[in-house]
Design a protein around this ligand. Structure first.
Ligand code: GDP
Length: 549
């Protein structure tokens, strides 16, 4: 099967022809050095043409060489540059082919001259500039990288926050693909056992009865299903790290939402992206808060609401509130800002409660505590919020957004930590993020650390896993599965197999097993598509997505 998919891949792509490819691997522009990479069978020939009469450096050892214009007698006037040259011999290279790296001086004219010289080192057409991502394509074709690794590579290159970096680094090992492959093998084995049952059921020469065998397979599938489900949950947690945690801000007008945002952005967080809306409004701001990518939505709505006086509920403000409510329901974390000197707003309370019921983590910031007469009011507020918003104590913070201009002193009279409690509040938020993005382990396995890597599973992988789970569910409903860990009943030969009406029991039984085996085959195929070992079109699709970046 593996060999087959490889052939299929070669036939459909520019894959491994016998051309040698080269490209500038560092960013274009003026720099101290520039690295030009060459991969393919003509590496040695290119070296000989650029560095005539000198020995090819020992593989993996750097050597300083003068590069000359090819096909001309080497002389001081034909020197292109002096470069650090590295040679790696196939197959243990990043592409699986012979590889040459030329570390030249980074001046644009030098880079241009060396790049222009390389294709002249061989017969016409044998050496050409690489297409985008072609080195990686070759690595895949030569089994040097699997699809999950390639996906991670794309993420490694585009990671902007610390958490994204950690996530992508986790995925660059081959452990994810190895896990999928292990699951696929288990499924193929289980299917094999069932198929043996179909082929030989007449003979009855089984150690186990068909029903017992079916139940044992079903038991294995159930354990596997629980593992895949955990993996999918973790993949969704990983998506929060990769795509950012969507944070909504909710509060009555003048509660201090804009003030809180201003205090967080700049001092505690750095803006990493801004997405413009249809007008000049910013609809989403990405900030790096303690290493997490946080997406704050609908800044326009927030700002407008903030601009309007306490008693005026104008149309614009109404719109702001409407948007904020909608955004709250779509967020992963909701920050409720409550003015400590005002009553709870019923609309805010209702929306916050709805969010909590949807499983959204709600964090409350009681603001303007500089105006509270004494600390007793803190306890009263805590109780009131716990009761009406259903928010646990540890998620309620007391802050003051009043900026006294001195970041080291506590806000006078506030009775809260330095920086008006903002720092504690941000720490509380970060703890919430941490909880939401920690990998879970299946009940059957105690050690969550080996499940960390499943945070790195991409959305594509997750969708294929969900497809796999659907097939496993179909399988289990065909074969009545015993509760996990339960012993199969001994005296009921057909109890593990689902029956159609009792018209001709034997045949229906067989049909069910055929279908069941087919579900397992489909489930295995979904896993195969993740690693690029299958028949599906995912290989091209994934490579395309990665190379677009
Ligand atoms: P928004 O409508 O929720 O965005 O509220 P704003 O951030 O615009 O704040 C409304 C008003 O409350 C402004 O005049 C702020 O200066 C003031 N304000 C915000 N935070 C505090 C605070 O912690 N203490 C006091 N005393 N005033 C605050």
């Amino acid at each position: 099967m593996v060999g087959h998919s490889r052939r299929w891949y070669h036939n459909r792509t520019v894959g491994n022809d016998d051309t040698t490819i080269y490209a500038l691997s560092t960013a274009p522009g003026k720099a101290a050095i520039a690295v030009i990479r060459v991969s393919g069978p003509a590496c040695k020939q290119i070296y000989q043409a650029l560095c005539p009469h000198t020995a090819l450096p020992e593989p993996r050892y750097a050597a300083l060489r003068k590069l000359y214009t090819p096909n001309e007698p080497p002389s001081p006037s034909t020197v292109l540059d002096s470069a650090l040259v590295l040679y790696f011999s196939a197959p243990n290279t990043v592409t699986g082919e012979d590889l040459l790296e030329l570390h030249v001086h980074g001046g644009p004219a030098i880079v241009r001259a060396v790049l222009a010289a390389i294709p002249k080192c061989g017969r016409p057409g044998a050496i050409r500039y690489a297409e985008p991502g072609e080195f990686t394509r070759r690595a895949f074709s030569n089994n040097r990288m699997d699809l999950p690794q390639i996906e991670s590579l794309g993420e490694t290159l585009s990671a902007t926050t610390e958490q994204q970096r950690k996530l992508s680094v986790r995925g660059t090992s081959s452990s994810l693909a190895a896990r999928y492959e292990e699951w696929r093998m288990l499924l193929l084995q289980a299917r094999g056992e069932l198929e043996a049952l179909i082929d030989f059921s007449e003979d009855q020469h089984f150690d186990e009865s068909p029903a017992v065998l079916c139940m044992s397979v079903a038991g294995q599938v159930q354990v596997l299903k629980a593992q895949i489900e955990t993996h999918v949950t973790n993949a969704m947690r990983g998506e929060l790290l990769r795509n950012g945690i969507s944070v909504g801000l909710l509060g009555a007008p003048n509660a201090g939402k804009s003030s809180l945002l201003n205090r967080i952005i700049g001092r505690e967080a750095a803006i990493v992206s801004q997405e413009a809306g249809t007008t000049r409004d910013i609809v989403e701001v990405g900030v790096d808060l303690g290493g997490w990518l946080v997406k704050l939505g609908d800044m326009a709505g927030l700002r407008r609401a903030g601009l309007i006086g306490p008693d005026a509920v104008g149309a614009i403000e109404q719109e702001g509130i409407k948007r904020a409510k909608q955004r709250s329901l779509e967020s992963d974390v909701l920050i409720v800002v409550q003015d400590a000197t005002a009553e709870l707003d019923p609309e805010v309370t209702e929306t916050a409660r709805k969010c909590a019921d949807l499983g959204i983590s709600v964090v409350v910031a009681v603001n303007k505590v500089d105006r509270l007469p004494n600390n007793d009011s803190f306890a009263a507020w805590k109780k009131k919020i716990q009761e009406s918003l259903h928010v646990p104590r540890e998620r309620i913070f007391f802050i003051s957004c009043l900026d006294d201009g001195n970041p080291t002193t506590a806000t006078p009279g506030a009775g809260i930590g330095a920086l008006g409690g903002i720092h504690d509040f941000v720490n509380g938020l970060l703890e919430t993020f941490q909880e939401m993005t920690t990998a879970l382990a299946p009940d059957s396995e105690g050690d969550p650390s080996i499940w960390q890597e499943s945070l790195g599973a991409t959305e594509r992988q997750r969708l294929l896993l969900s497809e796999c789970l659907d097939h496993l569910t179909a399988f289990l409903s065909l074969v009545h599965s015993p509760p996990m860990g339960a012993e199969p009943p001994q005296n009921s030969p057909q109890s593990g197999i689902s029956h159609a009406p009792e018209v001709n029991g034997e045949e229906d039984e067989a049909v069910d097993i055929v279908l069941a085996a087919e579900s397992l085959r489909s489930a295995a195929e979904s896993l195969a598509r993740i690693t690029g070992r299958g028949e599906g079109g995912d290989v091209e699709e994934v490579l395309g997505v990665v190379f677009e970046k």
